[in-house]
Design a protein around this ligand. Structure first.
Ligand code: MG
Length: 135
């Protein structure tokens, strides 16, 4: 049985998310997890360069970003810095494997609001996102 979790804005509106990951599998997995909580996924970016461009195009119609740290070429930390300098109020949630505490710490210092861990557990991911968004 799938436990139903709905994450909505205080005014009842749907959150809009941009999902960034260089793994097509993880991109789809996070998208499905978010959609299961009634979050609208407004963009999927398979690399850092696309992520930065999409955030700027979607803005202000994007509420938060899930951002993979490890990507070739433009990595998550670089994307984070670009997004934060474009929108200092951006809500960016890093996605990382266990054992990358150093990078997570750097990301938090650069404005990331929190992180979720791979392998992804649906309930844990949603509880974490709910807490980070204060929803
Ligand atoms: Mg990756």
């Amino acid at each position: 049985m799938v436990e139903q979790i709905t994450i909505r804005k205080p005014d009842g509106g749907k959150y809009k998310a941009l999902v960034v990951d260089d793994s097509a599998f993880t991109l789809k997995q996070i998208t499905q997890i978010l959609m299961s909580a009634d979050i609208e996924v407004v963009g999927n970016a398979p690399n850092g360069e696309t992520a930065i461009r999409m955030y700027k195009e979607l803005y202000p119609n994007v509420d938060f970003v899930t951002l993979d740290i490890t990507m070739p070429d433009v990595d998550g930390l670089h994307v984070l810095k670009e997004i934060m300098s474009f929108d200092p109020n951006a809500k960016v949630i890093m996605v990382t494997a266990l054992g990358r505490e150093d990078i997570v710490k750097t990301a938090i210092m650069n404005g990331a609001k929190g992180f979720i861990l791979k392998p992804l557990d649906r309930l844990k991911v949603l509880e974490r996102i709910k807490a980070i968004l204060g929803a």
